[in-house]
Unconditional design. Structure first.
Length: 148
């Protein structure tokens, strides 16, 4: 199993729509979200908002047997839910997930390895067997993550 943890900066003034997006994922679109993850081979995915002195961030954790394959499949997906999801991310962060991210599958040294970069964010692979530490989501959609 591979693991990815990355952050996307939320544009100024877009935190409320970002929270609405996350709430919709857990309510009205929950079944579509689960179907998308299953189709992409994602076994766990957590999106949260982290407040920082530099502005708010989406912090994203997911796991799949093939992270690069799941990302590539998602980028090319024309599924109605996936297109809606990508539009929500674009409206709140400016990142277009319909475009293959620059630097895909570039390995940078020993762990972690950079799989793809998204603007100022990077998806990294933590080698199998590395303790995952803890990931917890607070009720206000903030996330604390530690990789041990």
């Amino acid at each position: 199993m591979e693991y990815a943890l990355f952050a996307l900066p939320i544009q100024s003034g877009k935190t409320a729509p970002a929270r609405s997006f996350l709430q919709e994922l857990e309510s009205a679109r929950k079944n579509d979200y689960a179907a998308s993850e299953k189709r992409l081979g994602i076994t766990k995915e957590v999106w949260a908002i982290q407040n920082t002195p530099m502005g708010d961030l989406f912090v994203v954790f997911f796991q799949a047997p093939d992270i690069a394959g799941a990302v590539g499949q998602f980028v090319g997906s024309r599924d109605a839910f996936d297109l809606w999801f990508k539009e929500q991310v674009k409206q709140t962060t400016g990142v277009d997930l319909n475009v293959p991210p620059p630097g895909a599958a570039v390995m940078v040294g020993a762990p972690p390895q950079v799989l793809v970069t998204l603007g100022t964010a990077a998806i990294t692979r933590v080698p199998e067997g590395t303790p995952a530490g803890s990931v917890s989501v607070k009720p206000d959609c903030q996330m604390n993550a530690e990789i041990a």
